[in-house]
Design a protein around this ligand. Structure first.
Ligand SMILES: Cc1ncc(COP(=O)(O)O)c(C=O)c1O
Length: 385
């Protein structure tokens, strides 16, 4: 096996899912024993963690729904034998609609033309398809205008091949320090639902909350919450309180494959952006931006090795980067190097996590875990020797 691999700590994933279930049960504005249903986002290969294994762990924890962004992702879940309801968060291409119907995927519908196309294909396949209406209450991405919701409800109801199973919206600002926008958005969405009810519409499952919503806006739980990043162990924004013990699920590891002593003034890697100011040991790690370790981390990040952190020196290359091990005798060749991952109790300093690397790259932890490329083997705990 390659020295560079991602260990996926499924025990941490399950811990996070159960923590979300406990948190929503505790904070739910409804009767105290009822928690909202849970829909876990496994799109983008489960934020880089492995869609099938993540979906299986989520099912084991009693999640009620899963969500994907593409039809191919839904097919992967179905082919793994997982029969749970599966929401399709993004819009498919027209040629993918037959698969949406055949694989019993639940689309989020946004407009009359899409509704009609789903109905036509359902009729052709002799199936009835459940769908949820997506209302745009502030994201500006997909979804009907709030005032058009009733027309879309009628469009769905006009087709006996379709069943209105839910109505949803999405929060663009739930991870921002200022709570006012999301509170107002939730009020507007709640009053839209009330208005539909007063017109005799049963909206089915009402849902809005991503991780930011789960953490901070219980009034937006409605019937179901839809977290993603928090089940993978990260908070959606750096400015938020951290009231839940979330444990990062992904650990990105490699090994020290080459070590050499260099003299003061030695320059390292492309562009010679770093020069040693003392005699020191330089280690090479066989991982680069083609694996998803961003080039922006050149001369910025640290890695963890043998209980201490060492700086990345010089430019991160496509397949390798270098670290400064210091002037003392270095760790042995093939010692494990942690690029990011959960805290551990092995003593010494703690490894960086994906949020630390994200901050160095001016991005979000989502992008760090999603960016691990296909050539990095995922090893799921439980399969470890
Ligand atoms: C519609 C929808 N709901 C929920 C989520 C989960 O968001 P998060 O990972 O911030 O919890 C996403 C992710 O982007 C989404 O697109």
């Amino acid at each position: 096996m390659r020295p560079t691999r991602a260990i996926i700590h499924l025990e941490n994933l399950k811990h996070n899912i159960r923590s979300v279930q406990a948190w929503t049960a505790e904070h739910s504005p409804g009767p105290s024993t009822v928690r909202p249903k849970l829909c876990i986002a496994v799109k983008a290969d489960a934020y880089g963690h492995g869609i099938v294994e993540t979906a299986r762990a989520a099912v084991e924890c009693g999640t009620e729904y899963l969500a994907v962004a593409t039809v191919d992702e839904a097919v992967q879940v179905r082919e793994a034998g997982i029969a749970l309801p599966l929401l399709l968060y993004s819009l498919p291409g027209t040629s993918e609609i037959p698969t949406v119907i055949a694989m019993r995927i639940t689309p989020l519908v946004t407009d009359r033309a899409y509704v009609d196309a789903l109905a036509r294909e359902s009729r052709a396949q002799g199936l009835r398809t459940s769908c949820h209406i997506k209302v745009d209450t502030g994201m500006g991405r997909i979804g009907c205008r709030p005032e058009d919701t009733i027309t879309l409800v009628e469009a769905v109801r006009s087709h006996p091949e379709l069943r209105l199973e839910g109505i949803s919206t999405h929060y663009p600002m739930a991870d921002h320090a200022d709570e006012r926008y999301t509170r107002d958005q939730t009020r507007r969405f709640a009053s839209l639902i009330e208005d539909l009810r007063s017109r005799g519409v049963n909206p089915g499952l009402v849902h809005a909350s991503n991780s930011g919503g789960v953490l901070r806006f219980p009034e937006g739980y409605f019937d179901m919450v839809r977290p993603g990043i928090m089940v993978y162990g990260y908070y959606p924004g750096p400015e938020l309180d951290r009231p839940i013990d979330l444990k990062p699920v992904m650990e990105f590891r490699s090994k020290l494959v080459f070590v050499k002593k260099v003299a003061t003034g030695t320059a390292i890697s492309y562009g010679h952006t770093w020069k040693s100011d003392r005699d020191t040991w330089i280690g090479t790690v066989p991982c680069g931006y083609a694996d998803g370790y961003p080039r922006l981390l050149s001369n910025r990040a640290q890695v963890w090795i043998d209980g201490r952190r060492c700086p990345v020196v010089g430019a991160v290359c496509m397949d390798q980067f270098m670290i400064d091990l210091g002037p003392d005798p270095p760790p042995e060749r093939y010692t494990d190097v942690i690029l990011f991952g959960p805290q551990h109790d092995k003593g010494g300093e703690t490894p960086p996590d994906a949020a630390e690397l994200a901050a160095l790259c001016e991005t979000i932890p989502y992008e760090i875990t999603c960016s691990l490329s296909k050539r990095v083997p995922r090893i799921f705990t439980g399969e470890l020797e």
